[in-house]
Each structure stands twice: as C-alpha cells, then as structure tokens.
Design a protein around this ligand. Structure first.
Ligand SMILES: NC(=O)C1=CN([C@@H]2O[C@H](COP(=O)(O)OP(=O)(O)OC[C@H]3O[C@@H](n4cnc5c(N)ncnc54)[C@H](OP(=O)(O)O)[C@@H]3O)[C@@H](O)[C@H]2O)[C@@H](O)CC1
Ligand SMILES: Nc1ncnc2c1ncn2[C@@H]1O[C@H](COP(=O)(O)OP(=O)(O)O)[C@@H](O)[C@H]1O
Length: 276
C-alpha cells in the first residue's frame, strides 16, 4: 500500500487537552555528542520542543555540559558518564533521539543498546546508523516497531548494502521489514516505511532542505511527535511533511536553525484545518 495523498495524518496530530500538563505532553531525550559537537543535539532538541513535546532534556557527556548549558533555556540538561548513567538518565522518557554527531565508535553502539532497554521509542540518525556499518544485525535485534531509523542514502547503503538497486520505495519497505522498525529514507522524495508494510512517499520536498543540520531537526521533530504518543509511522510522515513545509515557507537563505522557528506557523495552519 503506497500513499501519495499526504497529509491524511492531520487528524492524528497530538493537540493538548485542557487537563494536560507538561509531562503528559511527552518527555523527549536527545543525546549530544562531545563538547565540540553539540549543535546537532541542540537543533534536534529545539525542534522536539517546538513540535509540542512537554519536556525536552539533552543528555550529554560531561565535557559537553558547560558548552550546552549557556546555549539553552527551556531545554533541560543531564550529563552522563557512560552507558549505565545514560540508561538511568533516559528512563521514564517517551522517546529518545540518538546519533546526531554522536561519533562513529563503539561507545555509540553501546549507548544505543542501553537506550533500547529503557522502553523509550528510539529515533536513530546519522552516526547512530553509521556506527552499525558491517554489524547491522546488532542494531536490528534491539529495535521494535516504535523505533525509527532516519538514514540519508549514504547511511542507508551502510546498513542495507545493495538494497537501493531495487528502487527507493522497495528498498525502504524491505529495510523496515528487516530492521523491524520504521525507516525514513531521506532525500528529495523521502520514503517512509513501517514493518507492517505501510509505505508513504512525501510529496512536498524542497531542495532548500539540503543544508547542514536539517536532518538533525527532522529527527527531533519525529521524536517530539512520538513522545506525544503519535504512532511512529504517522509521526515520521507528519514530521517529514511539516519539515518541508517549514523550509518552503522560508525559501532562500534557509539554515537549519530557521526550521524549528517556522514550526509554529505550520502547526497553526494544521490546527486551524483540524478545528474546521
Ligand atoms: N551542527 C552540527 O553539529 C551538525 C553535525 N552533523 C554531524 O556531522 C557528522 C557527519 O554528517 P554527514 O551526514 O556529513 O556524514 P556521513 O554520512 O558520515 O558522510 C557524508 C558522506 O555520505 C555520502 N552521502 C551519500 N548520500 C548522501 C546524502 N544523501 N546526504 C549526505 N551525504 C551523503 C557523501 O559521500 P559522497 O556520496 O559525496 O561520496 C558524504 O560525503 C554526523 O555526526 C552528523 O550528525 C551534521 O548533522 C550537520 C550538522
Ligand atoms: N535535494 C533535496 N530535496 C529535498 N529535500 C532534501 C534534499 N536534500 C536533502 N533534503 C532533506 O534534507 C534533510 C537532510 O538530512 P541529512 O542528510 O541527515 O543532513 P544533516 O546530517 O546535515 O542533518 C533530509 O530531511 C532530506 O530529506
């Protein structure tokens, strides 16, 4: 089943009820890289907050804390020293984004294994995917259908060598089945596939998104929607569409920092339509 008619997910968007509070609106964690590589996590965290998660916390190595602390306000921060303390910090979270600027190394692999034990839905991007090159089965065995992988084509080839020869839609469908998780194959026409066979092709992409950090923002948006308990496949479809809509609304000169700031406008338009 291929769906070209987005956005039919609009009715599934998580609008807050009158009796909600910030914890009920969803707790999102974002794992940061080391001190010199904290921007990606801050972009993802801000996007997660803008898309409505009630509480967003960056989890960082100790050396990164003094860099991140002066650069955040509503977003909270907890340092972790290894996979055990990362597990403790992430317990109770609804969703965790991991991978942006995490480092392609064993620590990233071990951290993802620890996060998979927390029960939070994982959104795994960038280095969190590349770190499993040549050992993809190690990743797939800890995933479940709520988790989301967000590879660009380079990352996709590292986890699923040869699969792209079948075409992007078929490749994403098979990848999702193999990984037992939602797969978001990014690009001009991003393909979103779920392990139950659902496949959607996003139709509002724009090349203004080809700018450093825009994928980190997307990962944060997906995590922010999942934290609000939207189905992971719908979260991915909705985030991909809103991400592109935000970029289209900005146009020339867009940088990744602009995307979270355009989200209120995109959300407001969807909210108005949902209310009619
Ligand atoms: N502000 C920050 O802190 C930011 C931090 N960031 C962090 O930086 C790290 C590196 O991220 P990355 O994406 O550049 O790295 P990675 O995939 O290892 O290598 C790129 C190679 O893959 C290939 N390639 C093939 N298809 C491709 C495609 N569709 N899109 C892109 N590449 C494609 C291509 O090779 P080519 O095809 O040109 O031979 C290219 O040379 C990572 O930790 C990330 O999280 C970024 O998020 C930016 C903002
Ligand atoms: N030519 C393009 N047309 C439409 N969208 C694009 C294009 N190039 C990149 N994108 C989008 O921009 C984002 C880039 O993500 P990614 O490659 O992970 O970048 P980064 O690692 O710098 O954050 C993805 O959402 C992708 O779909």
């Amino acid at each position: 089943m291929t769906d070209h008619a987005l956005p039919d997910w609009r009715d599934a968007l998580p609008w807050p009820s009158v009796d909600t509070h910030k914890h009920r609106r969803g707790r999102l964690g974002v794992v940061s890289g080391k001190a010199t590589q904290t921007g990606a996590a801050r972009l993802a965290a801000r996007a997660g907050l803008r898309i409505g998660a009630g509480v967003v916390r960056i989890l960082c190595p100790p050396d990164a804390a003094p860099v991140i602390a002066p650069a955040i306000e509503a977003i909270m921060l907890t340092a972790f020293t290894g996979s055990e303390t990362l597990f403790e910090a992430a317990e109770g979270m609804d969703a965790v984004v991991v991978g942006p600027a995490a480092g392609v190394n064993d620590a990233t692999v071990i951290n993802i294994h620890a996060l998979a034990e927390t029960g939070a839905a994982l959104v795994i991007d960038a280095d969190g995917l590349t770190a499993f090159e040549h050992r993809a089965a190690d990743l797939f065995q800890v995933l479940d259908r709520d988790d989301v992988l967000t590879p660009h084509e380079g990352e996709f080839k590292r986890l699923f060598p040869g699969l792209l020869d079948l075409g992007r839609e078929e490749a994403a469908r098979i990848a999702s089945e193999r990984a037992r998780a939602v797969v978001v194959l990014k690009g001009p026409a991003t393909v979103i596939a779920a392990p139950d066979g659902r496949v959607a092709v996003n139709d509002n992409g724009t090349p203004w998104l080809a700018t450093a950090g825009s994928g980190d923002v997307l990962a944060g948006m997906i995590g922010g929607l999942i934290a609000q308990r939207m189905d992971s496949f719908d979260s991915a479809r909705a985030a991909v569409w809103m991400h592109a809509e935000a970029a289209r609304g900005f146009g020339p000169g867009l940088i990744a920092e602009d995307l979270p700031e355009r989200l209120p406008g995109v959300l407001a338009a969807l909210y108005a339509q949902a209310a009619t």
